[in-house]
Design a protein around this ligand. Structure first.
Ligand code: ATP
Length: 363
């Protein structure tokens, strides 16, 4: 449903650990952008996550889910805590339930080298890195979550790949590559990451992807085995554009890619479906640094920019796209201007980083 101009409702779920800290940063920045661009944004903060589970016995109650579902977009910090677990030993992760229940099949994770941020790779071409991991987020190995069989003698979890989801994911990948090509002024390239040499499920995924690729003659299509991709993400990450892949592969390679651009604090993400979307940093609740005020809010701020851009695409108005572009530019300018967060060896904590970005957004 197209949104009415300047009338968006955002469900905000700060969650646990540094999720709450980076959410505070995002809200301050969104408020400034809303004033500046005349955006009508109404936020509603909803409690869910591990500590909520400890207090109430439910990680995300049904009424909360319904309110999130009814919002135009969901902005989420991070959820989970090592010591708070379900009785089967698994972590509290209602954010995964949101992905499954709202059919958010496309996990969009852009990885871009920010100016001034020290990179893991010495090769100067690493500065040109600008790729998107498109993590399928509703099936693959995660389909088995909560359904696995464990006996005294064995444990079994099953991977599922379906035609409709693979078609949707592939189309999403090619459309994204088209939009990026227009923005970047160079042809788009989509590379499916799979393990089609070993598993029939991935040969199937590849066949469906190839069918969809024919609908997009203007975008080049290729395949790469996941093990080779782990190598090439280190050897030549600048050579890739849009990388759709199975859920678990995306989970793992996202962390690898984040390591290349400065760490988890720099990796934004959007979980997008046909009707809903959740925007959250790719990182978790970081218990090791939670409560110290040192979390890098960049991943969250860039996720908020993705949200504004997505809302613009859904008809919220050009002001939302302008605000998204201004926020991204402000983050770049802050780092180019010397901002150095603690995760990259600097002294700037969450509040200082937020201020540095706010300072670069016109008043
Ligand atoms: P999950 O399984 O929920 O993804 P995790 O424990 O595997 O959680 P993170 O919580 O993302 O992973 O933390 C991984 C490492 O990255 C930790 O050392 C953490 O301190 C660091 N980290 C994550 N996010 C940030 C951030 N925003 N700023 C600084 N450091 C971060």
């Amino acid at each position: 449903m197209p949104l009415g101009s300047n009338s968006v409702r955002i469900a905000v779920m700060p969650g646990d650990g540094i999720g709450t800290e980076v959410t505070e940063a995002a809200l301050a920045v969104l408020e400034r952008l809303a004033q500046r661009h005349g955006l009508g944004i109404a936020t509603e903060t909803l409690a869910a996550g591990a500590f909520h589970y400890r207090e109430t016995g439910t990680a995300m109650d049904e009424a909360t889910f319904r309110r999130a579902e009814a919002a135009d977009a969901i902005l989420l910090g991070a959820m989970g805590w090592p010591d708070i677990r379900y009785s089967d030993g698994t972590e509290i992760a209602p954010q995964l339930d949101l992905r499954f229940r709202l059919n958010l099949y496309a996990g969009v994770r852009p990885f871009r080298a920010l100016p001034g941020v020290p990179l893991a790779l010495a090769d100067p071409r690493a500065r040109e890195m600008d790729l998107v991991i498109l993590r399928e987020s509703t099936e693959g190995l995660f389909f088995s979550r909560g359904r696995g069989v464990v006996t005294e003698e064995m444990a079994e979890e099953t991977l599922r790949i379906t035609r409709p989801v693979t078609e949707r994911l592939s189309r999403f990948a090619f459309r994204l590559a088209e939009r990026r090509a227009a923005r970047r002024g160079r042809p788009g390239r989509v590379t499916l990451v799979d393990k089609a040499n070993v598993f029939r499920a991935f040969a199937f995924m590849r066949a469906v992807f190839d069918e969809v690729a024919r609908e997009f003659p203007g975008v080049s299509a290729a395949h790469h085995y996941v093990d080779a991709m782990a190598l090439d993400l280190v050897r030549r990450p600048w050579a890739f554009d849009v990388l759709p892949m199975e859920n678990m592969f995306g989970d793992i390679l996202s962390d690898l890619a984040a390591g290349l651009i400065g760490g988890m604090g720099f990796a934004p993400s959007a979980d997008v479906g046909d009707a809903h979307a959740v925007f959250q940093p790719a990182h978790g609740t970081a218990p090791d640094i939670a409560g110290k005020g040192v979390a890098n809010p960049t991943a969250m701020l860039l996720s908020a920019a993705m949200m504004l851009d997505w809302l613009a695409g859904r008809g919220a108005g050009e002001g939302f796209a302008e605000a998204a572009a201004e926020l991204e530019a402000a983050v770049d300018a802050a780092f180019a201007g010397g901002l150095r967060t603690a995760d990259i060896g600097g002294r700037d904590g969450t509040a200082a980083a937020t201020r540095a970005v706010l300072d670069r957004i016109g008043g």
